[in-house]
Design a binder for this molecule. Sequence first.
Ligand code: DGL
Length: 273
Amino acid sequence: MSYSTRPIGVLDSGIGGFSVVRQVQKLLPEEDLLYFGDGAHIPYGNHAKETIVDMARYMFQFMERQGVKALLVACNTISCVITQCESAVTCPVFNAVQAGADAVSKLKVDKVGVISTVFTHNCRIYPKIIQAQSPRKLVVLSCGCPDLARLVEHSLGDPAGMALVEDNLRQELDHMVWEDKVDCCVLGCTHYPLVADRIQRLYPGLRLIDPAEEMARALRAHFTRGGLSNPRKSPGTLTIYTTGAVAEYALRARQVGLERVASVEYYPPMELS
Ligand code: DGL
């Protein structure tokens, strides 16, 4: 297999990375994608740092064995510990937090809101990168949501579950939107773009930033620069591996509109001590 025909790896603690796959399939339809969702261990955002690094490295090592030509860390929580994971792969790595911060740097805004997992929030990674990249003084407000990713993971298509998602969104976001009046809101967990329609319905004027779009653009630019795009003229496929429930992942892939799913397979989870 020549280097350019190798697949692109995408990983997340769960189905959140499907929001990134969706954008990559739109922008780079000829590429093959390999997805890993660690459904057995979600939510990552409530775990200790050392555990997140171990679980993430387990997925990175899987991707290295698969010989991916680029790896998309479609998980903001893992993006916070990226420097401790990168050595597990030899290919270029793109992470969601950098993409989200890059997307903000292209906007004319003064007050940025970020919603994320508790771990990402506690790392203060978004405020640090956004402020470091901005020539102007920006206010960055961040909010950590302990339950939202898990609720999204298991509630798509279920009216009662989605009502809980909406209640949770109101609880976490009302203050930032109505009191703090942020100019935009970064969806700093890849699960949240999967319910962007709900968020927009609750807050119609709020500008939402989905880092997935920027990630897909950065990947395309990298392939174009390096002559690494898959030269085939037909559309590529998506192979999904999960440590969680195979049937649920197959259903979620359909619900979020992923295309050309070749197979959904079980992979044993890392044992947590
Ligand atoms: N989707 C993940 C993220 O972007 C995290 C969800 C979780 O496992 O807590 O941070």
